[in-house]
Design a binder for this molecule. Structure first.
Ligand code: FAQ
Length: 330
């Protein structure tokens, strides 16, 4: 059942005249902004697309802890350490809400994790880049959480009830994350010359990978058309990327930092910034596992899964024992 779900995901938009009566009624509910709930009928492809997107989103939150977790022991002050620790724990919580939302679609968390570890499912490309110094932690909060919120705020209105409700809480926490990142950048940018250089260097390295978080250009996006028709996605990849650039450039200016893009320019006619596209060859290489930290991240997740096997086995044995006792008592 689950393998079939993955296989049928993303096969294009079905014209209304080809829909069955059930599918047409489903589309009418979506068009009327009525939320779809777990026990409602839904097309197999809608379910499959949600499992893919929510599962990958959950994996991103979990893998996303690794680059920042790397800095908990080296945060410059006790206060910064406490804040970073709380932020990283929040990301774990986001992963758990999202795995729960995916479970309502008939797939278990173990199956999703096994698909991540076997490479069948992805996680966000951004987490395959290293965090080399403390300013990178500021850049992750400011840019990576900033891009995540830009994508997730519209997802609060996504058509699937459990996903949209998970997003409401996640967005509140992500806003705090973004602010803490910007606060680190502000301290660095207003610090010594060496600190300002570190902040600029972090912006230089994280700018384009952050733009890649929104996915390939609309022309290259495989799933957008159907996902938008089903309101799984509310905005296209390019629309969100543009919104992110428009919001972030003035923030960089306020910090006194330079966005590493010679072509970046306010376009009066469009009412938006013109900007350079990321290097899409690099993006697709990272997706194929060839980014700077892909191997390290996957090894980290594999180790955690294997080290946690005894806990899962213990919980399962306990649950089986309780169930057997209950049957015997009846
Ligand atoms: N990385 O047809 P599309 C966070 C794949 S949360 C890797 O455009 P779609 C919090 C895509 O899966 C960050 N793969 O796909 C945090 C598909 O491959 P598939 C995660 C990517 O789904 C902060 C193929 O390319 N957020 O950061 C990426 O319609 C700090 C074709 O692409 C979410 O997951 C990528 N960047 O649009 C945690 C939000 N982009 O599956 C810790 C929910 C595309 O066919 C620290 N997800 N691909 O093999 C979405 O909104 C969508 O899934 C998109 C992609 C927009 C990411």
């Amino acid at each position: 059942m689950y393998a079939q779900m993955i296989k049928t995901a993303g096969t294009g938009v079905k014209p209304r005249e080809e829909m069955t009566p059930e599918e047409a009624a489903f589309q009418d509910r979506i068009d009327a902004d009525i939320k779809i709930e777990p026990k409602d009928w839904m097309p197999d492809e809608y379910r499959a697309t949600l499992v893919r997107q929510i599962g990958q989103h959950a994996h991103s939150e979990i893998v996303g802890q690794l680059p920042e977790g790397n800095w908990i022991t080296r945060a410059p002050t006790l206060e910064r350490k406490a804040i970073l620790l709380a932020k990283v724990q929040d990301e774990a919580g986001h992963g758990l809400y999202l795995y729960c939302a995916a479970e309502t679609l008939g797939v278990s968390r173990d199956e999703l994790t096994e698909d991540l570890l076997s490479g069948r499912m992805k996680y966000s490309s951004i987490f395959n880049y290293p965090t080399l110094n403390w300013a990178d932690i500021g850049a992750v909060g400011w840019l990576v959480d900033g891009a995540a919120i830009m994508n997730q705020v519209p997802l609060q209105r996504t058509s699937y009830g459990p996903y949209s409700r998970a997003m409401i809480r996640i967005c509140k926490e992500e806003s705090f994350h973004q602010r803490q990142g910007y606060d680190i950048m502000m301290k660095m940018a207003q610090g010594t010359e060496a600190q300002k250089k570190m902040a600029q260097d972090a912006l230089n390295r994280f700018w384009y990978p952050s733009l890649m978080m929104f996915g390939p250009s609309d022309k290259e996006s495989v799933h957008s058309a159907q996902s938008m028709a089903w309101k799984i996605k509310i905005d296209s990849n390019d629309e969100l990327r543009q919104r992110f650039v428009d919001q972030t450039v003035p923030q960089a200016e306020y910090l006194g930092l330079t966005v590493p893009d010679d072509k970046l320019k306010w376009n009066e006619e469009r009412g938006h910034y013109d900007f350079s596209e990321p290097d899409w060859t690099e993006f697709f290489n990272v997706l194929k596992g060839k980014g700077p930290c892909n191997t390290e991240r996957m090894n980290g997740r594999k180790r955690a899964w294997e080290d946690g096997a005894w806990v899962r086995d213990g919980l399962m044995a306990h649950a089986q024992k309780r169930a057997a006792r209950k049957v015997a008592a009846e």
